[in-house]
Write a protein that binds this ligand. Structure first.
Ligand code: MG
Length: 163
């Protein structure tokens, strides 16, 4: 499996729900609603994990961390990312770079992006400039545009550990 650089893509979406904190990239964003889901519903970290897993030829997070498994109820997704990185190393890969987009009509995320980026970089042992992070709005289009949830996309580049 190892031997060359590989890429992976991840996508995730979660609906807003009342009574939950909004956690993106491990950062709690001041906002009246959070995202619903079995774990902490950190949609950005979930997209990053699936990108890394895809690059390594590993199963997706739904397979690794099943939503029916009580161990992952309310789980801190950064801890799940730690496990994904362990599995990547087990396959002989390390993460070189990730690039991400968060799609949200609201809240405005510009002020929180640097902390989210630093969090993800630190967790993956990367320089901050190896983690790209953008936020965009869906311009009012569709369910995301009506502010019903947040989506995230990520790509990840991995290389063999011995490289
Ligand atoms: Mg998810």
């Amino acid at each position: 499996m190892a031997g060359r650089v590989r890429v992976g893509i991840g996508y995730d979406v979660h609906p807003f729900t009342a009574g939950r904190p909004l956690v993106l990239g491990g950062v709690t964003i001041p906002y009246p609603r959070g995202l619903g889901g079995h774990s902490d519903a950190d949609v950005l970290t979930h997209a990053v994990m699936d990108a890394v897993l895809g690059a390594c030829g590993l199963p997706d997070i739904g397979t690794l961390f099943p939503s029916h498994d009580p161990r992952y109820e309310g789980a801190d997704s950064l801890h799940l990312l730690d496990e994904v990185l362990r599995q990547a190393r087990g396959r002989g890969f390390r993460v070189v770079q990730v690039d991400c987009v968060v799609v949200a009509q609201e809240p405005r995320l510009a002020d929180s992006l640097p902390r989210m980026r630093q969090n993800l970089a630190a967790r993956m042992g990367l320089e901050v400039d190896a983690v790209g992070l953008k936020a965009t709005t869906p311009e009012g289009l569709g369910a995301l545009g009506r502010g019903e949830g947040v989506a995230a996309l990520a790509v990840a580049l991995v290389e063999p550990l011995e490289a």
